[in-house]
Design a binder for this molecule. Structure first.
Ligand SMILES: Nc1nc2c(ncn2[C@@H]2O[C@H](COP(=O)(O)OP(=O)(O)OP(=O)(O)O)[C@@H](O)[C@H]2O)c(=O)[nH]1
Ligand SMILES: [Mg+2]
Length: 351
């Protein structure tokens, strides 16, 4: 999974980046520097499985975070300010950091500004490409691309109505057709309302105030005090636990943010366990067994024979494959099996 962190200048992007990565990039210096990190997805289930199976190696799923500059809040006035980092277009979802901590903050306005800038950037992409595509169709007479053009026109109309492309219900096929354009406003969004330390006790209240922004599959929200979370992320494990207790926080916000991102993007985890390695994998919800096998190794998808599957809960109870088999808790599944979150899978394949 790849998440791009965006926001207006000085909204706390790098603070959040440090929180999720445990790195110590400079904050508050108006540098607008771009940072990148790949982090392990915390997962107790994997830890529990590994504690039982004692593999040589434990491999977590990974998330890439990009702390990208490029949203100036001024693009309405001058197109020159609309310089979006090209790496951002490669991200699967965007984390929109909104300042809720400074005394004169205006979160709703800032969020709207970010949306407007995304819409402007996508409009520019569309303008360039619609022209190009019209010319191509005229010159080559390739009618199969007329359909693509029609979708682009629909996108343009959506943006002209001040809506984002993800609000346009496209079929999977249509989405595939325009995937290459990597529209920013087509990516799922995660708004992080970045509150000050003294507002922490009101976090739940603030969350319900902004709940109106949540749209299933399109947008989710989170209320975080970036500054405290960053301090937390930079402590050693034991100190962290004590600090959490002191602040009466149950889990670091990052863990929750990652779980919410999985949900927003429709992702689930499955596990593979063997003596050399216990490992968590990320796939799209609804994926069939061969696709999951393909996540492990491309050859596995081609040569897929069957999957031997146990649920996480059963695995924790029965502990070994023979015990699962005897109890009738190891399911033999074929190509049509839809992988479930938490499945522990042994793939049988022929290459
Ligand atoms: N009080 C408070 N201040 C914060 C919080 N998060 C960030 N700040 C402060 O806001 C300033 C900007 O934070 P950064 O993380 O550098 O913001 P940024 O969005 O990366 O800024 P640019 O990259 O320059 O656009 C710093 O002085 C931070 O200490 C927070 O949760 N509470
Ligand atoms: Mg920064």
């Amino acid at each position: 999974m790849k998440l791009g962190i965006i926001g207006l200048p000085q909204s706390g992007k790098t603070t959040l980046f440090n929180t999720v990565s445990g790195l110590k990039e400079a904050v508050g210096n108006y540098s607008r520097a771009v940072h990148r990190a790949v982090i392990k997805v915390p997962d107790v289930r994997l830890e529990n499985l590994a504690a039982m199976a004692l593999p040589k190696k434990v491999t977590y799923a990974e998330i890439e975070f990009l702390d990208a500059a490029g949203f100036s809040g001024r693009a309405q006035e001058s197109k020159a300010d609309l310089e979006i980092a090209p790496e951002l277009r490669m991200m699967e979802a965007l984390v929109l950091v909104v300042d809720c901590f400074s005394p004169d903050s205006n979160p709703e306005r800032d969020f709207q500004t970010l949306l407007d800038e995304m819409i402007l950037a996508d409009m520019a992409t569309l303008e360039n490409n619609i022209d190009k595509l019209e010319r191509t169709i005229k010159m080559t007479g390739r009618q199969e691309r007329a359909q693509e053009l029609a979708i682009l026109h629909r996108c343009q109309e959506t943006l002209n109505n001040n809506k984002i492309i993800s609000e346009l219900s496209l079929t999977e096929e249509e989405e595939k057709t325009i995937r290459g354009y990597a529209f920013l406003s087509q990516k799922p969004q995660f708004i992080v309302f970045n509150i000050s330390e003294d507002k922490l006790p009101e976090a739940t209240l603030i969350h319900s105030r902004y709940a109106k922004f949540v749209k299933e599959g399109i947008r989710d929200i989170s209320v975080i005090c970036g500054k405290i979370e960053m301090e937390l992320a930079q402590l050693a494990m034991e100190e962290r636990t004590a600090f959490l207790k002191e602040l009466q926080i149950e889990n670091p916000a990052v863990d929750k943010l990652i779980r919410q991102s999985y949900h927003l993007l429709g992702l689930i985890s499955f596990f593979t366990i063997g003596p050399p390695e216990a490992r968590a994998w990320t796939i799209r919800k609804g994926s069939l067994a061969p696709k999951a096998a393909g996540a492990v190794h491309t050859d596995f998808e081609r040569g897929f024979i069957r999957a031997e599957v146990a649920s996480y809960d059963d695995y924790i109870v029965y502990k070994t494959l023979p015990a699962l088999r005897t109890a009738g808790r190891l399911h033999i599944e074929g190509k049509e099996y839809v992988v479930q979150d938490g499945d522990v899978i042994l793939f049988r394949f022929n290459v």
